[in-house]
Design a protein around this ligand. Structure first.
Ligand SMILES: [Zn+2]
Length: 387
C-alpha cells in the first residue's frame, strides 16, 4: 500500500469513527449515506474497527418494515482517560470511559499554592487514578490537565495569576511519570470543550463557557471549534473593566469583572457582611436564609455576573452561554437575579433575547470532564480538532 493510500485509509477510518461518535447508534447504510464512501470500503473498515475494539455491534434498528440493519456504537470501554483540574486551593482528578462518563472521582484540598507542592500532589493523584482504571484493550489513552491560567500553544503555563505560577513546562515535568499522551489546557477552554461535546449543544456552533471560580475565564467556541487567539491567550475576560475607579483586582488593575463576580469576590463580600473570616461557598450557603446583609451579597454577585455576560454577548453574539465552575453551587440563589438584570436591560435588545443562557449541567465537573475529553478526542480523532 502506498503512503497516500495509507493516509487515505486512515482518514476514511476516522471519518467512520466520527459518524459513530456523532450518532450514538448508527447503521452501516447511514455511514455510507453520510460519508459517500463505497459500501465495500465501509464494510472493510468497520470490520477492522470492530477487530481493533473501537466499535461494537449494538442491536438492530427499529423495524420500519423490511430487513432491520444492525447498529454500531463506540466501545466506550476500549480505554480510559484521566482528567485533572488544577484549581486554586484544590485538585480534582477523574477517570472516564471513552464516552466521558466518570468512573472514579476524587477531590483534594490544597493549602499551599507553590508549584512544587502542587506537583507532588499531582503525581500522587495520577498514581491513585491509575490504580482505579478498569482493565481494557487500550488502558489509559491520555491525560488532560486543566489549569486556571494562560497556556501557550506548546502547553507551557505562561501565567496562572491566582496560583502565582509563571512559565512552567508542566508537560516536560510530567513526561517522566507517564507513558501516554498529555494535554494541558486552559480551564475555561476545557469546560467549553466539555459543553460543546454534548449532543444537545452541538447545534450551538458559536457558544461560550464562562468559568466562574476563584477567577473568571471564558472558553470560546467559534464555528464549532475552540478559539485560542493568536498566541493561545483568548478568553481572559475576567480582566475586562466593568467599573472605572472600582476595586483593585489581583492582576493589579482597577475595576476588573473578576474583582466583582468571581467566587473570590463573593467570599470576600460575604465575609464582610457576616463579619467573619475563613469562609467558603459551602460554609456560606447554610447562612443565607437568616441574614439580610448576606442575601444582598448574593443579589450583587448575580447583578455583576449579568453585566459581564452582556459585554460578552455584544462581543461574540453567541447562540448560547454556559456558566460553569464553582459558582454553579450558587445557581439556585443567583439565577433569578442574573435573569432579572438581563431582562431589565434587554427588552429592546434583539441580540440578547436570542442568547440562551444556562448553568452547566455538569456543574463544577465541566472543567475536569473537558480535560479528559480533550485527551479522548485526540485519541479517537487525531487528525480532527485540537485541544
Ligand atoms: Zn484583573
Amino acid at each position: 500500500m502506498s503512503w497516500n493510500q495509507k493516509i487515505g485509509k486512515k482518514l476514511n477510518k476516522e471519518l467512520i469513527l466520527q459518524q459513530v461518535l456523532l450518532k450514538s447508534h448508527i447503521s452501516r447504510n447511514e455511514i455510507i449515506e453520510n460519508t459517500n464512501l463505497k459500501k465495500a470500503t465501509v464494510a472493510n473498515l468497520v470490520k477492522e474497527l470492530i477487530e481493533e475494539q473501537f466499535i461494537v455491534e449494538a442491536g438492530k434498528e427499529e423495524s420500519t418494515g423490511g430487513r432491520r440493519s444492525s447498529l454500531l456504537k463506540l466501545n466506550e470501554r476500549a480505554g480510559y482517560a484521566l482528567g485533572i483540574d488544577i484549581g486554586v486551593n484544590y485538585l480534582r482528578g477523574i477517570v472516564t470511559n471513552l464516552d466521558g462518563e466518570i468512573v472514579f472521582d476524587i477531590q483534594q484540598e490544597i493549602t499551599d499554592n507553590a508549584f512544587e507542592n502542587y506537583f507532588k500532589k499531582i503525581i500522587q493523584m495520577i498514581q491513585l487514578l491509575t490504580e482505579e482504571v478498569p482493565k481494557s484493550p487500550y488502558h489509559i489513552i491520555g491525560l488532560g490537565v486543566a489549569v486556571p491560567g494562560t497556556i501557550a500553544m506548546d502547553g507551557t503555563i505562561i501565567h496562572a495569576p491566582n496560583l502565582r505560577w509563571q512559565n512552567i513546562d508542566l508537560v516536560q515535568q510530567l513526561k517522566s511519570y507517564v507513558d501516554y499522551p498529555l494535554y494541558i489546557s486552559n480551564e475555561a477552554n476545557a469546560g467549553a470543550f466539555a459543553e460543546f461535546s454534548f449532543i444537545h449543544n452541538m447545534q450551538h456552533q458559536n457558544m461560550l463557557f464562562v468559568s466562574i471560580g476563584y477567577g473568571i475565564g471564558v472558553g470560546i467556541i467559534i464555528n464549532g471549534e475552540l478559539y485560542h487567539g493568536e498566541l493561545g491567550f483568548s478568553g481572559e475576560n475576567g480582566h475586562m473593566i466593568i467599573q472605572m475607579d472600582g476595586k483593585t483586582c489581583k492582576c493589579g488593575r482597577i475595576g476588573c469583572w473578576e474583582a466583582y463576580a468571581s467566587e473570590y469576590a463573593f467570599i470576600q463580600e460575604a465575609e464582610k457582611a457576616l463579619n467573619v473570616t475563613d469562609m467558603s461557598i459551602e460554609k456560606i450557603l447554610p447562612l443565607y436564609a437568616n441574614d439580610h446583609n448576606l442575601q444582598k451579597v448574593f443579589t450583587d454577585i448575580g447583578h455583576y455576573i449579568a453585566i459581564g455576560l452582556m459585554n460578552l454577548i455584544y462581543t461574540f453574539n453567541p447562540s448560547k452561554i454556559v456558566i460553569g465552575n464553582r459558582i454553579t453551587l450558587l445557581q439556585n440563589y443567583i439565577k433569578k437575579e442574573i435573569f432579572h438584570k438581563f431582562n431589565s436591560q434587554s427588552s429592546s435588545s434583539y441580540i440578547m433575547d436570542q442568547t440562551e443562557i444556562e448553568f452547566s449541567t455538569l456543574q463544577d465537573k465541566a472543567i475536569v470532564v473537558g480535560a479528559a475529553l480533550i485527551a479522548i478526542n485526540q485519541f479517537l480523532q487525531p487528525s480532527k480538532l485540537g485541544s
